[in-house]
Design a binder for this molecule. Sequence first.
Ligand SMILES: Nc1ncnc2c1ncn2[C@@H]1O[C@H](COP(=O)(O)OP(=O)(O)OP(=O)(O)O)[C@@H](O)[C@H]1O
Length: 261
Amino acid sequence: MEPAEINISNRKPVDKSEVVVDIDHIAKSFGSKEVLKDINLQLKRGENVVVLGKSGQGKSVTIQCIVGLLTPDSGTVKVFGDDVAQMNDTELKELRTKIGFLFQSGALYDSMTVRENMEFPLTRIKKMTDQQEIDQLVEEVLDGVGLAEAIDKMPSDLSGGMRKRAGLARTLIMKPEIMLYDEPTTGLDPITSREISELILHMQKKYKTSSIIITHDMECAKITADRVVIMDNGKYIAEGTYDELQQSDDDFIRSFFNQTK
Ligand SMILES: Nc1ncnc2c1ncn2[C@@H]1O[C@H](COP(=O)(O)OP(=O)(O)OP(=O)(O)O)[C@@H](O)[C@H]1O
């Protein structure tokens, strides 16, 4: 059954100067398949927005449009006020240094220790050479995610939750202004999932990042979200705080909140 469309037009106007990601009526098809029909989303500075939606609704495609890996067929995506589709390779590279990703796997290099994994983006991307400065940043970031003791371990010696923390640390060491989390708690047990969600919240406060968090984990949404948007059939159909949406009169919206993990 098609969900009822929810009126989201009466939301408060957003102060544009605070908007770091502005997705304006984007559409994207692959062949005859219309994946995104009309997506609008504004991410404000320092805000955590959680995107909920059933599988295959185009959440990852939306993220790829933000970093310029895909170009929308119509509509615009502006990051820090600049249209991503108009950026040249140098500008895209520069943009991506300001955006951190955390994917499901955590994406560590298995042949490097935790310390070497942290050093890698500093020496390869930031071209840092001062070893003392590098050591200080690595120790600080690992301490922040509770992995100070694991600094000389190999990724294969870490639990799933520790790997996820290390992946997060490796992203945060670049001090991104925007974080994109794609299913950050998938595959983790409930206790570790909660720890990662709390860490995402803690990191938002500590580094003042703006984040988009794609998840199916409602506890993660509850812990991390300042605002939740629900995506269905290529459109954003509802938006509000976790509590507002949980109390919605719409059965489809409430169905997200009634699921067990
Ligand atoms: N590069 C591409 N070429 C063709 N089709 C694609 C491409 N990228 C995504 N799609 C299609 O777009 C649809 C949405 O994919 P997407 O990965 O964004 O969904 P999702 O909402 O993130 O799902 P999930 O929650 O399962 O990760 C899928 O049907 C997918 O096959």
